[in-house]
Write a protein that binds this ligand. Structure first.
Ligand code: NAD
Length: 245
C-alpha cells in the first residue's frame, strides 16, 4: 500500500494524541502539530517511532496565519505531501455572557474556527494538485445543541460545521472529502476540570452510560480517512454515546 501522510493539529495530548497513534498504526506518516507542549509532542513521536512508525513534531499556533502556513510547508518539505488534515486543536474559555470579555470570545474563535480555516487554506492547494485529500474537522455536540457558559465555544464549533459543509460542496468535485466529528464528553485534560458529581450526572444522561475515550474518536477518524468512506462528505458525525439524537 502507498504510504500516506496525515497532519494532526494539537496532537500532543488528548483526542489529538489518540488520533496520531491510531493513524500511525494504520501506516500513515504522522506530522504532529503542537503549540507549546514540546515534551508531550516528543513523547507521542517517540511512541510512534518505537512501534516502527514515522512521525515528526512541528511547533506552531494554528490561530496564527503564518504559523499555520509554516506547519504545512514543513510537513510538505519533510514528507513531500499531505493526504489527510485533522483540525483537532481547540480550546475552551467558559464564562456566562455577562462575564465574558471581548478577548475571551475572540481567543476561542481564533483558535477553534480561524485556526481550522488557516490550516485548510494552506493545505487545499496541495490537495487540489494531488486531486485527492481528506479533511476532518473536530466540532462538538455543543456546536449543535449549545450550552450555558459556552457561547464562545459553541459558536466556534457551530462555525466549524458551516465551514465543513461549504468546503465539502466546493471541493467534492476535486476529489477532496471534508467531514466533521462532533464528540460528546470525552475523557481528556479538557474535561478533567469537571467535578466527579458532574461527571456522574453526565454519565447518567448518556444512553451508553459512559464518557468517551480519545480512541472512540480516533476510530471514526480512521474510518473517514479510509476508502470505505469514499462516498461520505459534508457530514457531521456525532460520537457521543447517544447523548444528542
Ligand atoms: P485538549 O485540551 O486535551 O487538547 C487540545 C490540544 O490542542 C492540546 O494539545 C493543545 O495544546 C492544542 N492547542 C490548543 N490551542 C492550540 C493552538 N492555538 N495551536 C496549536 N495547538 C493548539 O483537548 P481535547 O479534549 O483532546 O480536544 C481536542 C478537540 O476535540 C478540540 O477541538 C475540542 O474542542 C474537541 N472536543 C473535545 C471534547 C471533549 O469532551 N474532550 C468534546 C467535544 C469536542
Amino acid at each position: 500500500m502507498e504510504i500516506r501522510c496525515a497532519l494532526i493539529t494539537g496532537g500532543s495530548r488528548g483526542i489529538g494524541k489518540a488520533i496520531c497513534l491510531k493513524l500511525a498504526k494504520l501506516g500513515y506518516k504522522i506530522a504532529l502539530n503542537y503549540r507549546s507542549d514540546e515534551a508531550g509532542a516528543i513523547e507521542v513521536v517517540n511512541l510512534i517511532k518505537n512501534n516502527g512508525g514515522e512521525a515528526i513534531a512541528i511547533k506552531g499556533d494554528v490561530s496564527n496565519y503564518e504559523d499555520a502556513l509554516n506547519v504545512i510547508e514543513k510537513t510538505k518539505e519533510i514528507y513531500g505531501t499531505i493526504d489527510v488534515l485533522v483540525n483537532n486543536a481547540g480550546i475552551t474559555n467558559d464564562k456566562l455572557i455577562l462575564r465574558m470579555k471581548e478577548e475571551d470570545f475572540d481567543k476561542v474563535i481564533n483558535v477553534n474556527l480561524k485556526g481550522t480555516f488557516n490550516c485548510v487554506k494552506h493545505v487545499v492547494p496541495l490537495m487540489l494538485k494531488n486531486k485527492r485529500g481528506v479533511i476532518i474537522n473536530l466540532s462538538s455536540v455543543i456546536g449543535i445543541i449549545g450550552n450555558a457558559g459556552q457561547s464562545n465555544y459553541a459558536a466556534s464549533k457551530a462555525g466549524i460545521i458551516g465551514l465543513t459543509k461549504s468546503l465539502a460542496k466546493e471541493l467534492g468535485g476535486k476529489g477532496i472529502r471534508v467531514n466533521a466529528i462532533a464528540p460528546g464528553f470525552i475523557k481528556t485534560d479538557m474535561t478533567e476540570a469537571l467535578s466527579e458529581t458532574v461527571k456522574e450526572k453526565l454519565k447518567d444522561s448518556i444512553p451508553l452510560k459512559r464518557l468517551g475515550d480519545g480512541e472512540d474518536i480516533a476510530e471514526v477518524v480512521s474510518f473517514l480517512c479510509s476508502d470505505g468512506a469514499s462516498y461520505i462528505t459534508g457530514q457531521v458525525i456525532n460520537v457521543d454515546g447517544g447523548m444528542v439524537m
